[in-house]
Design a protein around this ligand. Structure first.
Ligand code: KG4
Ligand code: ZN
Length: 333
């Protein structure tokens, strides 16, 4: 009999549902909440209300697109955390209610583990052990993956995440939220001619708050001399900021590879959609003899397919949870 998993992701501002059958993704439906743009960031209360509106149609669409019906489901996987508590609560409550009514088991999933396991949706798949740089709006981690569900965080940010560095820089430049994809696009038209300092952070940890401050002071100084500085040099500023963020990330990844001797290297999370980071991974990979892995675009930013593949591996191990399960805003992997 086939294993059919419905997965639900609602940790931040995207409501997503996916259907996986015997390890293959048949549908991955994402409803993005555009209303946060005008606030310059995700408003938690607004996000959870939008999840409530979106969750039923998103789940129904995912099931329909897979050509299945609710009675075909073997189990429901859902994101338990980390994330915004109100947002997580919608997905977890929905999963519990549906599992109860269909009398099927539930699997809880750690969102950060799922970003890593997005690499097992398509070919080529990394082999164990491998290193994954997981870079999103909330997290920046270098993870050692020994097996599907056996992971160790080797280093992480001590303040802002890489995605936040993009988004907060965008705010200083007057760009819409989320600014990461906009900076990516503008940077392609510019030259990285401004030099922002590289933070000196121990071992495999990261810090991005100093970079944000140095960009702020740089802009203040330039604007004093030329009030049009940002408009006239936007592409070059974006290219310079992106260049520094990418060099920080790639520097630590190289260090992690040197320290562990591992040459299977992956990137994951929303910021792995960044074209400069993807190019840097490819070119550094060729130079250092790494096998590199980048998920398909749609599996980089938040999606339920990654929850489905993680749920599938937990399902195979019989790791089920009961109705007493609660979401966790902070959830170490
Ligand atoms: O993984 P994700 O969708 O959500 C979280 O779990 O946080 O990541 C969202 C982050 C945002 O900070 C967004 O600006 C960033 O990923 N991002 C990018 C790009 N696409 C998304 N950053 C840089 N370049 C991109 N192309
Ligand atoms: Zn994420």
């Amino acid at each position: 009999m086939s294993v059919v998993i419905l997965a639900i992701e609602s940790s931040c501002d995207d409501t997503s549902a996916s259907i996986l059958v015997d390890g293959k993704i048949l549908s991955n439906c994402v409803a993005t909440q555009d209303m946060h743009k005008k606030y310059g960031g995700v408003v938690p209360e607004v996000a959870s209300r939008a999840h409530q509106v979106n969750i039923v149609p998103v789940v129904d669409t995912a099931i329909q697109q897979a050509g299945l019906s609710r009675k075909d489901l073997s189990a429901i996987a859902f994101t338990r955390g980390p994330g915004l508590l109100g947002s997580l609560l919608v997905g977890v409550s929905f999963a519990k209610a549906l599992a109860l009514s269909l009398k099927i088991p539930m699997v809880e999933v750690n969102h950060m583990q799922a970003h890593v396991l997005a690499h097992f949706i398509d070919e080529p798949k990394p082999s164990f052990p491998f290193l994954c740089l997981t870079v999103s709006g909330g997290h920046t981690q270098i993870v050692l993956i020994k097996d599907y569900l056996e992971m160790e965080v080797l280093g992480q940010t001590i303040d802002d995440a890489a995605g936040e560095a993009f988004d907060k820089t965008g705010k200083l430049l007057g760009l819409e939220y989320p600014a990461g994809p906009i900076i990516d696009r503008l940077a392609r038209l510019g030259t990285p001619k401004y030099d922002f300092p590289e933070p000196k952070i121990k071992e495999l940890d990261f810090s991005f708050s100093g970079l944000k401050t140095s960009i702020l002071y740089f802009l203040k100084k330039q604007l004093k001399q030329d009030p049009n500085f940002i408009e006239d040099n936007l592409n070059d500023i974006c290219a310079s900021v992106q260049n520094r963020i990418v060099s920080i990330l790639m520097g630590k990844l190289k260090k992690a590879s040197d320290q562990t001797g591992i040459k299977e290297i992956a990137i994951a999370g929303g910021v792995s959609a960044n074209s400069a980071l993807r190019n840097a991974l490819k070119s550094d990979g060729e130079r250092h003899g790494w096998n590199t892995y980048i998920p398909q675009f749609q599996y980089c930013t938040d999606n339920a397919a990654m929850i489905a593949i993680t749920g599938y591996h937990k399902f195979l191990k019989g790791e089920f949870v009961g109705q007493e399960i609660t979401p966790m805003a902070r959830y170490a992997m």
